[in-house]
Design a protein. Structure first.
Length: 277
């Protein structure tokens, strides 16, 4: 076991500790423990599990607040509008129920895997990340927070305290689709998320994001713009154009770059076709 293990019950105490002692921050641990190449975590460890103020999902005046300790199961059980359906679908794909009970959305973001299931649906919700330290608090958009594979904008002494979703992002309906070597308990080869507002059969607002196809998940912003006003699904060639211009996949053991591009085109095209169905 690590020689130094801290489990504060107050956020201010946790911030004071981090200001004095660099720590490995532990929330659910479902990413952290598998990545540890030893019998125990390297100390010191700061366990956030005792801080009740970091738990829960709440509707505030102008936003939803998803606490840093909120688990995937919390998301599934929360009373959220249809715009969050993509996030809920992603939550069902994150490991087994035991993992969903322990793993946190904030931890999924801090792990910063290009294949992090929570990122594409949160991008479609225009989510931001609240960071706190003994120096104060700041808020970054999710795209600003994720700066590369396993890299975030967290500074020394900071933790993620919440994920913030603006009230306006409650409009429309969300979707999420994932391609893997099998249906469940698998790292994504490609995953997509969307959120669409429809009025009289036409798209009036669109968000489309793709994960596992670039260093970080990316929105297809030009495709989003092209969708506005459409009354039927776009051609596969139009989708393919925007996918090829935006994404930059790699070859790895799960799939080639070419396969990922083709899969992303097919998955986005099917999602859009079903949106208009």
């Amino acid at each position: 076991m690590t020689s130094e293990y801290f489990r504060p019950t107050d956020l201010d105490d946790a911030m004071a500790l981090l200001a004095e002692t660099p720590c490995t921050v532990l929330a659910g641990g479902t990413d952290l423990y598998p990545a540890t190449k030893a019998q125990s975590l390297a100390g010191p460890v700061l366990d956030l599990d005792g801080i009740d103020g970091l738990r829960g999902i709440a509707r505030e005046a102008d936003r939803w607040r998803i606490g840093a300790r909120a688990t995937w199961t919390d998301v599934l059980r929360a009373d959220l509008p249809a715009a969050f359906d993509g996030l809920k679908l992603a939550a069902r794909e994150v490991g087994a129920v035991q993992i969903q009970n322990a793993g946190t959305l904030a931890g999924n973001l801090c792990n910063a895997s290009p294949a992090a299931d929570g990122v594409p649906p949160l991008l479609t919700l225009d989510a931001s990340v609240e960071l706190v330290s003994a120096r104060g608090a700041r808020v970054l958009s999710l795209a600003e927070f994720l700066i590369g594979p396993r890299r975030t904008a967290l500074e020394t002494g900071e933790i993620v305290s919440a994920i913030l979703v603006p009230a306006a992002s409650g409009a429309g309906r969300g979707d999420f689709r994932k391609l893997g070597a099998r249906q469940h308990l698998v790292i994504s080869i490609v995953m997509i998320a969307g959120r669409f507002v429809m009025e009289e059969g036409r798209i009036t607002f669109a968000r489309v994001a793709v994960g596992s196809c670039s260093a970080t998940a990316r929105r297809l912003t030009e495709l989003e713009d092209a969708l506005i006003g459409m009354a039927e699904a776009p051609s596969c060639s139009l989708v393919a154009k925007h996918v090829a211009e935006t994404l930059d996949p790699i070859d790895d053991v799960r799939g080639s770059a070419g396969y990922r591009i083709d899969a992303a085109v097919g998955m986005v095209s099917r999602m859009l076709a079903e949106t208009f169905a």
